[in-house]
Design a protein. Structure first.
Length: 425
């Protein structure tokens, strides 16, 4: 059994009890020697942290625990650093989701101009974390869950010396949904960028089931689920792949824009309400397990993704995971240092991408390349505080594009988030 020292940055997140529950479930292979819960929000750090500590105690874990707002104290001696911070909290997300609507643009947490500004706010914080890790725990692994995970991982792997892997629960959810339809023994080919991904093949007994499924072979429940996510079956058949739910913003832009404008509340406001309900539950000193309400917050199977990845590294499992890592030739149509979301073999030396052997459609290749070009410009803007790079990023992104809309929305969001954009001042 491997012992690890874990540091959680952004421990005030209401997802955190799910993470701790994951470690409790993995107790046969991973032992938490020390857990440090770090968050700059004292109220959330205390309420969420206290529940997490009660959960560990209830499960019989005798690990050392500490709650702090001090980054250096958090990082010293860490084996794994898990980042799940949200710069500006949900109130900043609300601005990302609502200001773009006034300019005729989709407002979304991780893609489009809203996701762009989340990246601009998050990179300076990630830069500080990585710089302190290089000094205090240079051998530690950084597992990033903070969104937009693809751009943040692009920064970690190409701009720092840190050993890092980007993570998302979307691949696990997609695999589960597809295997429920195609069979538990199906081999699934998954390719893309974070929140821009597709299942391109579903192999069973040497035969690809996907073409038949997309041409009408899906069960009615699966068809309804796809339509509920905002896709038409004709669209999926044309693309020749099953996209992640975030592609609805690309394939059905006008419908999504109308839907967002009609909504009485932003998703951020809904999450604020759920979060307050969760914090009220968490504050109950008799509660020693994660409540069912947590599943409505949107991080379902987050703990499985994180804990199984850490277990694979700590115990050299050499197991398969879908993660955000450098391409390194796995996808011949992408650059070697492009961070992509792809299957990898994970062990003590990290994640090694598995060469993608199945054909990839020109549609997917083209969209991945253009969004990766956007991500590169976005990273440049976030690191250098460059308006020029920011404008280029927005003009390339399929959900932005229009100069007048982009420039006006950029100016308003930049002013609204000025406190979190030190690179521009």
């Amino acid at each position: 059994m491997k012992e690890i020292n874990l540091a959680v940055i952004g421990s005030g997140s209401t997802y955190c009890p799910e993470l701790i529950d994951g470690f409790i479930q993995a107790r046969e292979s991973l032992r938490l020697k020390r857990v440090i819960f770090m968050d700059i929000d004292e109220r959330k750090r205390r309420i969420v942290g206290n529940l997490c500590i009660r959960m560990l105690e209830q499960a019989g874990f005798a690990c050392e625990t500490l709650q702090t707002d001090d980054l250096d104290e958090t990082l010293r001696g860490a084996d794994f650093v898990l980042t799940q911070f949200r710069v500006g909290k949900l109130s900043a997300r609300h601005l990302d989701e609502t200001i773009p609507l006034r300019h005729g643009l989709i407002g979304q947490e991780t893609t489009g101009i809203g996701g762009f500004f989340k990246a601009l706010r998050s990179i300076p914080v990630m830069r500080t974390i990585c710089a302190r890790m290089e000094t205090l725990c240079p051998e530690a692994w950084l597992i990033n869950f903070s969104n937009p995970s693809g751009i943040l991982t692009e920064y970690i792997l190409n701009e720092t010396k840190i050993k890092g892997i980007g993570l998302c629960n979307m691949p696990i959810l997609m695999e589960d949904q597809i295997r429920a339809v195609a069979g538990a023994d199906s081999e699934i080919s998954y390719v893309g960028l974070n929140h821009l991904s597709w299942v391109t093949h579903i192999m069973q007994d040497g035969r690809d089931l996907l073409p038949n499924l997309l041409q009408g072979g899906l069960p009615e429940t699966a068809k309804q689920a796809i339509q509920d996510e905002g896709f038409s079956l004709e669209c999926l058949a044309s693309v020749g792949a099953i996209p992640s739910s975030y592609l609805q913003y690309y394939y059905n832009r006008q419908a999504k824009l109308k839907e967002l404008r009609r909504a009485e509340k932003s998703r951020a406001q809904v999450c604020m309400e759920i979060e307050e309900q969760l914090l009220e539950l968490y504050a109950d000193e008799d509660l020693t397990e994660k409540p069912a309400l947590l599943d409505k917050r949107g991080g379902y199977k987050y703990s499985l993704a994180a804990v199984s990845l850490i277990d694979a590294i700590a115990n050299d499992r050499r197991s398969m995971h879908i993660v955000n890592i450098k391409n390194n030739g796995a996808l011949p149509f992408m650059e070697a240092d492009d961070v992509v979301e792809i299957a990898a073999v994970v062990g003590r030396d990290g994640a090694v991408p598995v060469p993608f052997m199945q054909p990839v459609s020109p549609h997917i290749m083209s969209l991945m390349r253009i969004v990766k070009a956007y991500e590169k410009y976005a990273l440049h803007a976030a690191v250098e505080g460059s308006d020029e790079a920011a404008y280029n990023a927005m003009l390339l992104h399929p959900l932005i594009g229009d100069w007048e809309q982009a420039a006006a929305c950029y100016a308003e969001l930049k002013e609204a988030h000025a406190a979190y954009l030190p690179q521009f001042s």
